[in-house]
Design a protein around this ligand. Structure first.
Ligand SMILES: [Zn+2]
Length: 329
């Protein structure tokens, strides 16, 4: 028997709701995110936050229309100090997190929310189009909020595109096995006329409440976007990760009264870019002394990829010979 949702996992589904001038993407990650999270063996709280970061990365990176990389990176003062997720167009994802295990364990179960695990810092999003093309980076502050809030703020400030993002991660128990799933939905208001994209300010600043100019600062939001936002806000976490609710079904549930069009599904797969050649190139960026310090008791240099945990055992003599040849000295 074929499961109803077969082929729906590890994929992005672009969509448009033309009656509301909205476009967006829905993502479902099953085996891809489960492989990444289980291989790292992170505590559950860390795994869930990294799962959300991965879903957001795929939602944003899958819009790239060229070969290149989208990278999402956090640096913050919470128990999770750093997250890096790479999306290599058109379909490859890898992810890693650095965290303080004691601080993660010290958080009460009820306090293990994304915002508390990240703390304050920043979220950087980098688009790298390749060696000789331009690199673009957008940065947004993490101020005790989660990834959804950071994404909203980013699109408001940097892109000025009204945007709604929903993210969720869950653990599924089936036939005695546990597996992670992640899901997300990004909806953007993209009318032909840019005046319709005006949004009220996030904070009215120093203008006192009741002051007439405070109201003048706030343009009314477009009715179409108000309606789209209200619909997106009805999405519950379980709908984003339920293996029996496909992205098509979720989008139909939300937008069927307005008519929703879905486009070709884009597959996503877990895949690391590390290789013997890249490890060797990295070794070349260290000094000869640093490389000598890396040699272990067994006489080998052992490098473990922090994304996929693959191990590279290098013979120092071979390393010096290859690097010496490449560098020409
Ligand atoms: Zn790797």
């Amino acid at each position: 028997m074929t499961p109803p949702n077969e082929g729906a996992d590890d994929a992005v589904l672009p969509f448009a709701v033309e009656a509301l001038d909205c476009r967006g993407r829905a993502v479902r990650l099953g085996p891809a995110i489960d492989t990444i999270l289980h291989r790292h063996g992170y505590p559950d709280a860390v795994a869930r936050v990294l799962g959300e970061a991965a879903a957001l990365t795929v939602l944003l990176g899958s819009s790239l229309k060229f070969e290149g990389r989208f990278q999402l990176q956090t640096k913050s003062d919470g128990p999770i100090e750093m997250i890096v997720v790479d999306f290599d167009a058109p379909d490859r994802i890898r992810a890693t997190a650095r965290f303080d295990a004691e601080r993660v364990a010290a958080l009460d179960a009820g306090a293990r929310r994304t915002a508390n695990l990240l703390g304050n810092g920043h979220l950087a999003m980098t688009i790298d189009r390749g060696s000789d093309a331009s690199r673009y980076q957008g940065v947004v502050a993490l101020e005790g909020g989660d990834f959804e809030e950071a994404a909203h703020q980013y699109f408001r400030q940097s892109e000025q595109i009204p945007t709604r993002v929903r993210l969720a991660v869950a653990e599924q128990f089936e036939n005695g096995a546990r597996s992670y799933r992640a899901g997300g939905l990004l909806t953007q208001f993209l009318p032909v006329s840019p005046e319709r994209m005006r949004q009220p300010d996030l904070s009215p600043g120093d203008i006192p409440e009741g002051h007439p100019s405070r109201d003048m600062e706030e343009p009314a939001e477009d009715d179409a976007w108000v309606e789209a936002k209200a619909l997106v806000d009805t999405v519950e976490d379980h709908e984003l990760v339920d293996p029996n609710v496909s992205s098509e079904r979720l989008l139909y549930r939300l937008f069927h009264q307005r008519g929703v069009r879905v486009f070709e599904r884009q597959p996503v797969r877990e895949s690391c870019r590390c290789s013997q050649d890249r490890v060797m190139a990295m070794m070349g960026r260290f000094s000869r002394e640093d490389r000598a310090d890396m040699v272990g008791d067994d006489g080998q240099i052992r490098i473990t990829c922090e994304f996929c945990s693959r191990r590279y055992d290098l013979d120092p003599k071979t390393v010096e010979a290859e690097i010496g040849t490449e560098a020409g000295h």
